[in-house]
Write a protein that binds this ligand. Sequence first.
Ligand code: FAD
Length: 381
Amino acid sequence: MDFALSKEQRDIVNAAREFAAKEFTDVALEFDRNETFDLNLWKKACELGFVGVYLSEKYGGGGYGFLEHCLIMEEFFAADAGIAVAILCTTFGSELYELFGTEEQKQLVLPKLVSGQAIMATAVTEPDAGSDPAGTTTTAVKEGDHWVINGSKMFITNGDLAEFVNVFAVTNPENPSRHGRHSFILVPKGTPGLEANKLRGKLGVRASDTAELSFSDVKVPLSNLIGEEGKGFYQLMELFNRARLQVAAMGVGLARAALEESVKYTKKRKQFGVPISSFQLTQAKIAEMATMVRAARNLCYEAAWSVDRGFIDHGLIAMAKWYAGDAGVKCSEMALQLHGGYGYLDEYKVQRIYRDAKIVEIWEGTKEIEKLVVARAVLQQ
Ligand SMILES: Cc1cc2nc3c(=O)[nH]c(=O)nc-3n(C[C@H](O)[C@H](O)[C@H](O)COP(=O)(O)OP(=O)(O)OC[C@H]3O[C@@H](n4cnc5c(N)ncnc54)[C@H](O)[C@@H]3O)c2cc1C
């Protein structure tokens, strides 16, 4: 068993860390306060090859695996989660094309995603259905050589920016299995009837775009179907298998940032004439954080390593996602506590980490859903 990163992987980590430190630090607070982002930063990250490293070289990707993508995720999220989402989640859903897309679809979307020409969104959640994607009701009906899509989607990352929207819609309502009714269909930006409404006032990851989408008689060619008709639910599970380990890497980055901020601050801050790091109650928190970061990272990287070798263990992936989310939330809470009143101010990065960390326990399957997946996997063994 080899836990060491290769020289190439260490180079990727160092390059990502350097880029994030240089580009995120001065703008993170402003983007967070104003809920804005500068798309030039995303373009720069694309130019430097940080976006879509897991995609095939044939389509302009890095030709690496999800492990390398997770390494970049950890570095970017440790620097600033909102900016990291705005940059790295622009390819969310590209996995559907690599796995199920036609050659023409791959050629159409993938090179644009990695070269900073287009952003992708994947729209599954609806106002009345989140944890239960099979319960979503947006419809796509065949009319001649087109799909006609009607319905609405909620909380869609990049919904307001995306050139390509992958819509999860009911195409086979008569199928007796609720897992055989949906398909993914590509809707390009600007298609008449597609409207996006940016959501404001998020707790965290405020630099990233989140929108609700409405589809009113949106017409796209039948050839915009991604993969096989009626297989959307199973495709979504495959997407989750890859996306959840990326979310786990987000949790690792956030937990690590909480630890790093705590180490810096407690060594410097003095009370009763000594650094607060010398108090054993502080040390207990530091020890808990350091252990959680390590455990979360090991779960996440084992899951990514397995997926890269074609072995999909959805129980392990769900464990990594749940545990890393828990690590992010708990470590950021301890870190804020260690900062006392200063941690309550947004000028201190630790406040942002505390707010940003919560999303890891919500998107791509809440922590409760992840625990159900883990339990099912264990009980089936
Ligand atoms: C900032 C942000 C960005 C997002 N981006 C996207 C995106 O790009 N695309 C997309 O499709 N979605 C996106 N989402 C949606 C996200 O995936 C959902 O919010 C999430 O899946 C939960 O669904 P819900 O909000 O409807 O909550 P619900 O499903 O209503 O859950 C509410 C509570 O009930 C619990 N619960 C539900 N079912 C069970 C059960 N069986 N057992 C025990 N507890 C249960 C949940 O764990 C949760 O605590 C995003 C959300 C946010 C906040």
